[in-house]
Design a binder for this molecule. Sequence first.
Ligand code: URA
Length: 466
Amino acid sequence: MITLTVPPTFAGWRSAARKALQEGIPPGEILWEEAGGDAPLLDLFTLEPALPASIQSPVRVPPAFMELAKRVACHRAPTRWAILYRALWRITHGEPHLLDVFVDSDVHQLMGMDKAVRRDVHKMRAFVRFREVTHPEGVWSVAWFEPAHLIVELNASFFVDRFAGMRWSILTPDRCVHWDGESLGFSPGVDRSAAPGEDAVEDLWRTYYSHIFNPARVKIHAMQAEMPKHYWKNLPEAALIPDLLRAAPGRVAEMLSRSLIKSAPAESRETIISEVADWESLKESASTCQACPLYKNATQTVFGEGPRSARIVLLGEQPGDQEDIQGRPFVGPAGQLLDRALTEAGIDRKECYVTNSVKHFKWEPRGKRRIHEKPNKTEVSACKPWWKAELALVRPSVLICLGATAAQTVFDRDVRVLAERGTVVETVHAAKTLITVHPSSLLRISDPEQREHAYRRFVEDLTLVL
Ligand code: URA
């Protein structure tokens, strides 16, 4: 076994790898060890002396491999040198198209490292924030950044191009890069304490960020994927994020209930609501909806529930007395009948998303009882953005409209349920959109035989979407 101690740089590895290849040393016989030191990682800015002919490799290595190797060299894993050499050996020993074999373990590992490095390069471009400091020669912009990998040199030319007119330094724990307006230089890594602290530039960023932050557009997962928490501590605006996120649903609700909900045309509300990106925010925003007067007499908004990955969405009319109290759709007598019918039709309610066309209970008092009252057209259309946003998030392949109110709001026209029931058509909301009766209509049939007959037909309708 030979131990090759190389500077942990692309140039260092390349030169050692060429020699090992030349000598015909198989990968299994080399132990790659990293030497200390602060040599540049890449030789992108210095020309390596031409190799003497005697040790120039007679074999050709695809340029794509060398490009990949340059990036993989910036990964922190100490195993990268051995994997790179093994791949190089295989490419030059009968597997010239190795890089096309994605399932190969070496290729897979190299691709994974390459991806991590590229991602880190992108993060550095996105999250470096300069702070201005006064330097004897004038204003100098300094940024502190903690890359996941050794990407400072790989990224330097990007910053030169982008900030050519400024004089700047980017300090990192691994390596620092400096641009004085004319030439680029590198120096060893430094401790964070070397970086300047807060100043007015940061306040500017913070103000800017809180202004461009649109609570209706918050996509928390995407945001964290794009701006991982690791980087937050060095971003002045990141300190605002937790508060902004916490306030987001409320701010959306406020936006909606302020001018928009009350006075804006339904389409504007619909646009805003459709931009609320996640279900929790949507539900929270709906909880303060005042788009029509129904909120005044209802206990609460009854929002939809069920898996967001549901294949089937059931759309009812509006919550009833029980639903209004419990805050959940279809939990009263109609809901129980619906559950039974679904089971008989072979549909598991737990796998369905269940919601209503109108989210507040409309009722009138009769003695001590609250009697259901049909919502009018204005109320139904005020609520339309909510169920549309729910459907846009769930994206079901089946939408079951239970009763006339649901069918009319979905099809945007008068629907005679008894004439159109049992038809399955494609709509913008779902490939299979079914119109059927509302389960409460079955409960109102007093004759047991007729009720049983109507129930059977209801179950039959439900089976049409299986
Ligand atoms: N009727 C409906 O339309 N929805 C419910 O949630 C309950 C009864």
